[in-house]
Design a protein around this ligand. Structure first.
Ligand SMILES: *Cc1c(COP(=O)(O)O)cnc(C)c1O
Length: 497
């Protein structure tokens, strides 16, 4: 027989020969080793550093017509990407409200990516894992058995989708309206209420859900930054008298500015009395419930009709991971379910049970976010999360003490939880000058690489804001922070250090 040319392999994105598989496997081991080394030595690295010009250039290349190979691409990751992230994995990162992730979470993400399951639903073990995690989180939050859940990308998405459920359920309840079909054309103005401290997602939700940002009413707060309940009652009554239809109140467990928590029990009572949907934004604060010492602060949260929280914050589940919990399972699904021939369920086979999760939210195709939550909870149980929450709250109190003990530092808000707002002060400086100085201190602190708090404005005063949900922080890190702020403040003032 004449020799024939071997058939060329058909194109694939996998390695093709055993040697290629082996080379990629070796690279994979190196990646894991490098990342573990990196994570184990975070303290020796800057919390953040500015991106050099050559790195910016290297990351704005033309479309690669041909490739450099996995190894070279990985080298670029090491030099151009890894050192220049926002820094939230560092032990002295306290900006905004961000988690650090964990090595186990990273590995779970790798496994989830390896099996690459699509969690639109389907009759598959990953779907059972997701349901299991919803149930665990609902139990931790005190919500009843049978509570419906969905993992989403973020707290913003969780809150917005919860408000979509509220809008759907309440338009029906208040005006007999199918808002999914009829929209808001024939609806009375549907209004919802938060406090001046409610997170910015609420405005976005008002906009996206077609309610309009005027439909979002912000109620004032008391000296502890908790919603003024008398004002809430007056506003809803006045709005009703004017022909509008209040439908929902947002309570916050842990506000983003100061860590205040609204009186959630009173809000739950109010919502029941007034037939309003009670939504709780517990993005990070909901996790206070894990600690018996702190659970009292968020009491009443478990009475929510819907609750949003962010395992990627105070559980340090690797990004991204938000979750929305809805008390009434039927309503959750009714607010989102979608029928299309190509999505129809069957009694048996892969799609038995249907696309459960796609029917509870906006996404159709979804990744296996639940695996990292499941693996982190299975591996260590609930205890370690509770201990970190407690530790962070103790550290915040410790920092508050350092601030109160220093004549050059001023605490700008009470510290009920894990957020500390403070500033550098010197006698004889007016408000504008203090605001400018503290802005500058914050930027110099970030650029120094020592620590990354963020900034906010509390009652017109610019504050350096430490949001501590950092499982890697130690007490000494807060000593370093307080000393650095004073030192930089003196430098700016030209005062001796
Ligand atoms: C962080 C936060 C959000 C938004 O969550 P993301 O995951 O960043 O979208 C909403 N509400 C509060 C109280 C938050 O702290």
């Amino acid at each position: 027989m004449p020799p024939t040319d071997p058939t060329p392999p058909e194109p694939t994105l996998d390695p093709t020969t055993p040697a290629e598989w082996q080379a990629l496997r070796q690279l994979a081991h190196r990646m894991v080793d490098d990342m573990f080394e990196h994570l184990a030595t975070l303290r020796d690295q800057p919390a953040w550093q500015p991106i050099p010009q050559d790195v910016r250039r290297a990351l704005s290349e033309p479309l690669p017509a041909s490739g450099v190979g996995a190894e070279a691409a990985y080298e670029q990751f090491l030099t151009n990407i890894l050192p220049y992230t926002n820094g939230n994995r560092h032990p002295r990162f306290w900006g905004w409200v961000q988690g650090q992730g964990t090595p186990l979470g990273m590995l779970a993400d790798m496994l989830a990516s390896g099996i690459n399951a699509n969690l639109a639903g389907f009759d598959q073990a990953p779907a059972l894992v997701e349901e299991q995690c919803h149930a665990w989180l609902a139990e931790l939050m005190g919500m009843p058995r049978g509570t419906s859940g969905l993992f989403v990308s973020s707290g913003t998405m969780a809150n917005v989708q919860a408000l979509a459920v509220a809008r759907y359920a309440m338009a029906d309840g208040l005006a007999g309206l199918d808002v999914r079909k009829d929209g808001l054309r024939s609806a009375p103005p549907l209004l919802f209420y938060g406090s001046t401290q409610t997170h910015g997602w609420a405005r976005r939700a008002a906009d996206l859900l077609g309610l309009g940002t005027d439909a979002y009413r912000t109620v004032g707060v008391d000296r502890d930054y908790r919603m003024n309940l008398a004002e809430l009652a007056e506003r809803t009554a006045a709005d009703r008298a004017a022909g509008a239809a209040p439908f929902c109140v947002i309570g916050t467990a842990g506000t983003v500015n100061t860590g205040a928590t609204d009186d959630l029990s009173a809000l739950a009572d109010f919502c029941r009395r007034e037939s309003l949907w009670f939504h709780v934004d517990g993005a990070f604060g909901a996790f206070a419930r894990l600690s018996p010492k702190l659970a009292g602060q968020v009491a009443g949260m478990e009475r929510a009709d819907s609750l949003a929280c962010d395992p990627h914050k105070w559980m340090s589940v690797n990004y991204e991971c938000g979750v929305v919990l809805v008390r009434d399972r039927q309503i959750h699904t009714a607010a989102f379910t979608n029928t299309a021939a190509y999505l129809a369920a069957s009694a048996r086979g892969t799609v038995a049970g249907g696309l459960t999760f796609a029917d509870r939210g906006i996404d159709l195709s979804r990744g296996f976010r639940a695996l990292k939550v499941w693996m982190m909870m299975k591996a260590g149980g609930v205890e370690p999360f509770a201990r970190v929450v407690e530790k962070n709250v103790e550290q915040a109190a410790y920092l508050a003490q350092l601030i109160e003990a220093s004549p050059e530092l001023e605490l700008l808000a009470p510290v009920p939880l894990n957020l500390v707002c403070f500033r550098y002060v010197r006698p004889g400086l007016d408000g504008d000058r203090l605001n400018a100085i503290n802005r500058e201190i914050l930027l110099r602190l970030q650029e120094s690489g020592l620590a990354v708090p963020s900034g906010t404005v509390v009652d017109g005063r610019y504050a350096i804001r430490v949001a501590n949900c950092n499982h890697r922080s130690r007490r000494e890190d807060f000593d370093m922070l307080a000393e650095a702020v004073v030192k930089i403040g003196r430098e700016i003032m030209g005062a001796p250090n």
